[in-house]
Write a protein that binds this ligand. Sequence first.
Ligand SMILES: Nc1ncnc2c1ncn2[C@@H]1O[C@H](COP(=O)(O)OP(=O)(O)OP(=O)(O)O)[C@@H](O)[C@H]1O
Ligand SMILES: [Mg+2]
Length: 304
Amino acid sequence: MSEMIIQTYGLTRRYGKQTSVNNLNMNVPRGSIYGFLGPNGAGKTTTIRMILGLIRPSSGEVRVFNQPFPSHRISILKRVGSLVESPSYYGHLTGYENLDVLAKLLGASPKRIHEMLNVVRLTSAANKKVKGYSLGMKQRLGIAAALLGQPDLLILDEPTNGLDPSGIHEIRELIKEMPKQHGITVLVSSHLLSEIEQMANQVGIINEGNLIFEDHIEVLRKRSLPKLILEVDRPQEALSIVQRIDRSAVIENGVLELSHLDYAQTAELNRQLVQEGHSVYRIREWTSSLESIFLDLVGKGTSL
Ligand SMILES: Nc1ncnc2c1ncn2[C@@H]1O[C@H](COP(=O)(O)OP(=O)(O)OP(=O)(O)O)[C@@H](O)[C@H]1O
Ligand SMILES: [Mg+2]
C-alpha cells in the first residue's frame, strides 16, 4: 500500500446543531493529485481548514505526513503550501514584492521568488502592482505564494473559482505538473467533476458532510463504460441464456443489463435467444456519463 500524506480519522465539525463534516476518513496517497469533489456547502472548505489546523475538529483526528495535529503543527505546516478561498494581497505592491514579504518570513531566496513567478507564468507581470492583476493572475500569484516555501504538500481550495476557461486550463496544467516535476502531493477541491476528471488521479466525493466515495478515478470511470441493454419478452428465462455469454448479466427494471459485447458476441447472443423461442425486442448500447454517475451518487447521498 502506498504511503499516505493526509489521513483523517472520524473527522467531524459541528456548527450548533448542524454537522458540516461528518466522520470523515480520508486518505491522500503520496504523489497523488487528489480531487476533493462536492457540491456547494458539502463541507470541502471546512475539511480543508481542519487539515490545515485553521479550525479545530469537534471530534476526530488529522494526520499529515503521518504526524498528528496539533502537537506537530509547526513542523507539518512548514511542509505545506495552501490556497484557501480568495487569497489576500497588498494591492499597492507588485507581484514580486508580495512574494518577497512572504519569502522573508519563510527564509526563501530571491532566486526562488523568480523561479516560482516563472512556474505560474507571471514573470512578465512581476513588476506590476497587484491591484492591476486579473482574477486569474491573482490566483496564480496565490499558487506561487503557496509554492514558495518548497512544500511537499499543496492544498488548493477551488483554485479555479471565478476563472474563465483559459484561466482554468492554465491552473489545471500547473497542478498536473506538481507531482512529476516537483514531487509535490496535491489536494485540490472543486464542485465540478469535469475539472477534477482532467487533473486528478484520486477522487474523494463529499456530500452533506459525508465522504461517499474515495478511490482511484479509474474506479469511477469504469462505471461509465458502455453497457448492453436487452429487451425481451421473458427476461427471467432469458437471463440463463444471456449468462452463458456474460456471467455478470443482471435484470434491472425488467430489462437485461450486460457488459459491452462485440458484434460477433451480440449476434451470437441474439441467435441463441431466438432459437430458444424468445422475442428480442431491442438490443441497445447505453453509456452513463461520469457526470450522471456523480449526480447519482450525490443525489442518493448514500455510502458506496
Ligand atoms: N463558521 C461557520 N459557521 C456556521 N456554519 C458554517 C461555518 N462554516 C461553514 N459552515 C457550514 O458548513 C457547511 C459546509 O460549508 P463549507 O464551506 O465547508 O462547504 P464547501 O463544500 O466548501 O462549499 P462551497 O463549494 O460553497 O465552497 C455549510 O452548510 C456552511 O453553511
Ligand atoms: Mg468552499
